[in-house]
Design a protein around this ligand. Structure first.
Ligand SMILES: Cc1cc2nc3c(=O)[nH]c(=O)nc-3n(C[C@H](O)[C@H](O)[C@H](O)COP(=O)(O)OP(=O)(O)OC[C@H]3O[C@@H](n4cnc5c(N)ncnc54)[C@H](O)[C@@H]3O)c2cc1C
Length: 496
């Protein structure tokens, strides 16, 4: 039996491991942390369970190919799905804009708010509606497709192609100007950071409004643990606290991987299901550069990477009918000298087990980009100053929520604050990024096969290979990697 060593036990590594076992490879996952799941995780603090990942999971609609794939790996098998009433509610100068799950309701609420925007609202909803037919292609990666299969895929992607053509090169900020009402303008303009393509908003809302991007009950860590169980049940093995630090390479092949605990592992095939930058720079020591990645890593303006500060708060109460994710303006709050104009808070009322009885977990995410990361990186050199700044941010967020919701006054406490440095330390995530390069108007979309020029038996897998990254890309690329090894072995790929 041929053996595969998988470096990294995130969703891509688990997916690769499960498909390796289904396809008759011996498989071992090497994971630097004690737990598997990578960025798809959660942790306990002061009686609360802080969900560290899933705001929305593409693949929650039964009967779709991506849902079937999640089911095969054990992630969604029999799991109940929570469909929030809205994706986001955005408050601006006394008005609230809701991104409702029900597209008709979204449309009528926007028209009620701004009858003069009828044409723009109709166009917006029509584009979302048109994209609802789009299904994430999961069957095969492009490099393994025949010409006929490629043609069929292009036909199936027709609607997506039309939306990309129309909105792919317009920034969201520009697109927002097609609306007259200030709240609608501001909502759309700040949906994603400056420079990001308007197309992203349509893909996100098309998936959400058709029930394809909701939230599995139990949260992120539970999802990863179900995949781990499936992998172990299939006979896969795992080494935790086992960080790969060196690859032994000989004649175009990786022969062994050496780990921080002194153990070494040999195999026929290797999968780097870990951070791409760490892989190219630390494990391959910069000796196998890849121009597609280099171009992007060296141009943060056109290929920005997002990370975040996440403040978790315990609330001694229930939040009632407050939208699950609520964005509201704040004043006088700065981080690294930059004013923060809005806060996005999410509550977990649908998960009573995430908080003590009668209490609710609330998280608040603040996006961080290039210069923010630099500031955190410098600050983290002084651990006391770093901790002080985290505590200050936690208290500022708490104060801002109390100001907006006076009824919460005295009932909130900060239970945890993570920064880009947290994700870097925990997952080796480059600059703390939680997603790969998002589509901007100037950047080109990445579509990478994971092959390393000059190396025969190792492939990169995971969120970095395709936009927009996230859990579905980790899942799909993990499977695709095993499909490529099956082809090399001249074996028919078995999908479940
Ligand atoms: C705060 C946050 C919110 C998010 N929200 C969503 C969401 O709502 N929806 C969504 O789809 N996606 C979301 N994501 C993104 C999603 O979590 C990631 O895209 C996905 O988990 C990436 O999976 P991966 O396996 O490719 O990489 P990772 O999760 O980074 O897994 C890589 C694994 O490799 C391990 N590793 C790294 N280096 C080594 C080494 N040298 N040796 C051994 N092990 C190593 C790491 O510890 C990690 O376990 C979010 C991410 C974050 C951080």
């Amino acid at each position: 039996m041929k053996k595969v060593v998988i470096i990294g036990g995130g969703i891509a590594g688990l997916s690769a491991g499960i498909f390796a076992r289904i396809n008759g490879f011996e498989s071992i996952i090497l994971e630097k942390n004690h737990n598997l799941g990578g960025e798809c995780t959660g942790w306990n603090r002061q009686g609360y369970h802080i969900d560290g990942c899933i705001h929305w999971l593409v693949g929650t609609k039964e009967g779709t190919p991506i849902h079937d794939l999640w089911t095969t790996v054990g992630a969604l098998d029999g799991v109940e799905i929570f469909h929030p009433e809205s994706f986001l509610a955005f408050e601006h100068e006394g008005d609230t804009v809701h991104f409702y799950h029900d597209l008709n309701r979204l449309k009528s609420s926007w028209l009620e708010l701004s009858p003069q925007d009828e044409e723009a609202v109709n166009n917006f909803c029509q584009a979302i509606c048109q994209l609802q037919s789009f299904e994430v292609p999961v069957a095969k990666p492009m490099d393994l497709m025949s010409l006929v299969e490629k043609f069929k895929l292009m036909m199936a992607m027709k609607d997506a192609g039309m939306i990309m053509q129309k909105y792919g090169k317009i920034s969201l900020t520009e697109y927002a100007k097609t609306f007259k009402h200030p709240a609608l303008r501001e909502t759309l303009a700040s949906f994603l950071p400056e420079g990001y393509s308007a197309s992203s908003v349509f893909f996100a809302l098309a998936a959400f409004t058709k029930g394809q991007a909701s939230i599995p009950y139990g949260g992120s860590k539970a999802l990863a643990m179900r995949m781990e169980e499936r992998y172990l049940a299939l006979g896969g093995t795992i080494e935790t606290r086992c960080e790969a630090v060196e690859l032994v390479i000989d004649r175009n092949k990786v022969r062994r991987v050496t780990c921080s605990n002194g153990k070494t592992f040999g195999a026929d095939y290797f999968i780097a299901a870990c951070d791409a930058h760490m892989f190219y720079e630390r494990l391959l020591k910069g000796k196998y550069p890849d121009s597609a990645f280099e171009k992007r890593f060296n141009n943060p303006k056109d290929y920005p990477l997002a990370s975040e500060i996440r403040v978790a708060l315990g609330y001694a109460g229930t939040v009632g009918d407050l939208p699950r994710t609520f964005r509201f303006p704040v004043a006088g709050f700065k981080i690294h000298q930059k004013p923060i104009s809005h806060l996005t808070m999410t509550h977990y009322q649908h998960e009573p087990a995430f908080a003590p009885d009668g209490h609710t977990l609330i998280t608040c995410s603040i996006n961080q980009f290039h210069s923010d990361y630099e500031a955190w990186h410098a600050l983290a050199k002084d651990s006391r100053a770093y901790r002080r700044e985290k505590a200050r941010i936690g208290e500022e967020v708490l104060g801002a929520i109390e100001t907006r919701f006076p009824r919460m006054g005295g009932k909130l406490k900060v239970i945890d604050v993570t920064t880009p440095k947290t994700y870097e330390r925990y997952c080796n995530a480059y600059r703390g990024a939680f997603m790969p390069f998002l589509p901007t108007v100037r950047g080109k979309m990445m579509d990478h096969s994971g092959r390393i020029k000059g190396l025969d038996n190792i492939l990169l897998s995971g969120q970095w290979l395709q936009p927009p990254g996230g859990l579905p890309v980790a899942l799909i690329t993990g499977k695709d990697t095993i499909m490529r090894f099956c082809k090399k072995e001249k074996k028919q790929f078995i999908k479940c």
